[in-house]
Design a protein around this ligand. Structure first.
Ligand SMILES: [Zn+2]
Length: 439
């Protein structure tokens, strides 16, 4: 495995950060040669390697280069209002009215908790318009079907309550209902006025996906994950109520923590510049790793998941997520896949300067960090369902397809190390052995 010496892509994004402001060199590639990374929203210069940053721009060693690109200052975008603390979902009761539409999963414990939380001062959940997400990841069909129903409803507030899939589904349904996204996952039409008329409230019930912090939502189309990146998807209000964590199993909590830790690690290690999101990544780590009584720690995990989401939304992620995205076709859950790949990936990154800086900031040694992650993710890694992943990783054909998918995954572009096919082979061996030898 080679350490990547130079960033290989231009890291920029419309309305996000490191936006290219101008190209100063004759022959600089026109806008049409930029690739928008649909997952992270970063803008990449196609077929280009970049050199050192010069005079506020980058020296781009493209085939006809070098070109000098100037960049605007980085920006940091996150939801305008965050209400947090145990029981904080009660704070929504006074603002919910008949023009509020609720999106939920079919989880009975979540509905029970909401009924109790809003019983005194709020509306009855059963009197509101509620859409329940079909089981599984959002598909374009389920988004479209619900969007059709939503067009007949007067809406001034969307309240989405659930895991990352519910938060993604709700935002996409609303965006599709006003014609703001199309089946290709692209923005369509002029949605500004429609967006101003609705308040988007996201209430995560797990502490992993970070979807509540991001302007990205993902749906399945023909077995592929299609990410939609648009400021239309950024929440106006996020509510972080850790009481929801009492409704999830030990397995789900471990998957969520693995996802949050992967966001924090991969955003911190990412080649995308960004001081503010890196501070969010550090805080995510500290909140999860801090030793404190169980109930106090639980109260902080939802905050940690949000901060990890903020970090990943700005800096993108890396090889752990490339593995998770590629295993989705085999039915392995996102957080579960992250739990399997996190420690094997960390072992490969731990000697890079960014990882050394991370352990220094956290005040832990590399071994201690690994041991803490092992403990936190064990209920996910050692779950019986991990055997399915072992079977996939033991099949030569599946492994080949998996590695090809990982190489093509946009997350690999922001990974601080390049992985050759033998490197990926060794990583997948480690992932498989991590289950078979440990559990
Ligand atoms: Zn993730």
């Amino acid at each position: 495995m080679r350490r990547r010496r130079l960033p290989t892509t231009i890291l920029a994004g419309p309305d996000r950060h490191w936006r290219p402001a101008a190209c100063h060199s004759p022959g600089c590639p026109p806008g049409g040669r930029f690739d928008l990374d649909p997952l992270s929203g970063h803008l990449f210069l196609a077929r280009t390697r970049l050199g050192d940053r010069i005079n506020g721009g980058y020296n781009c060693r493209a085939s006809g280069g070098p070109f000098l690109m100037a960049f605007a200052f980085p920006t940091y975008r996150h939801p305008a209002l965050v209400t947090y603390g145990t029981g904080s979902v009660k704070s929504l009761a006074s603002s919910i009215d008949q023009q509020t539409v609720v999106f939920m999963s079919g989880s009975p414990p979540v509905a029970d908790y909401l009924r109790r939380a809003w019983a005194k001062s709020g509306p009855q959940l059963d009197d509101l318009t509620v859409f329940t997400k079909p089981v599984g990841e959002p598909t374009w069909r389920s988004v479209q079907d619900t969007a059709t129903s939503l067009t007949d409803v007067q809406v001034n507030r969307i309240v989405a309550i659930g895991g990352g899939a519910v938060l993604d589904w709700a935002r996409l349904v609303w965006a599709a209902s006003v014609g703001a996204v199309n089946a290709a996952g692209l923005e369509a039409g002029d949605w500004t006025e429609a967006r101003q008329r609705v308040s988007m409230v996201l209430v995560p019930t797990t502490c992993g996906s970070g979807a509540e912090a991001a302007s990205v939502a993902v749906y399945l189309l023909d077995g592929r994950k299609v990410p939609v990146v648009s400021p239309i998807l950024l929440a106006d209000h996020v509510v972080l109520d850790s009481k929801f964590l009492a409704t999830v199993s030990e397995f789900t909590l471990a998957c969520s923590l693995a996802d949050a830790l992967s966001h924090a690690l991969e955003a911190w290690m990412s080649i995308v510049p960004g001081r503010l999101p890196r501070e969010a990544a550090l805080s995510c780590f500290r909140l999860i790793l801090r030793e404190e009584p169980h109930h106090e720690r639980t109260a902080r995990l939802m905050d940690a998941g949000f901060l990890g989401g903020v970090a990943a939304a700005h800096c993108s992620v890396g090889v752990v997520h490339a593995f998770a995205h590629s295993m989705a076709r085999h039915g392995l859950g996102h957080g579960h896949a992250n739990a399997l790949a996190l420690r094997p990936a960390l072992r490969r990154l731990i000697e890079l300067p960014a990882a050394v800086a991370l352990t220094r900031e956290l005040g832990v040694g590399a071994r201690e960090l690994d041991a803490q992650i092992e403990r936190l993710t064990a209920p996910a890694v050692c779950d019986a369902s991990s055997r399915h992943a072992v079977a996939v990783l033991s099949s030569r054909a599946d492994r080949r397809a998996l590695m090809e998918a990982m190489v093509a995954d946009p997350c690999m572009r922001t990974c601080p190390a390049s992985f050759s096919l033998p490197d990926l082979e060794a990583l997948l061996d480690d992932v498989r052995d991590g289950v078979t030898q440990r559990c």
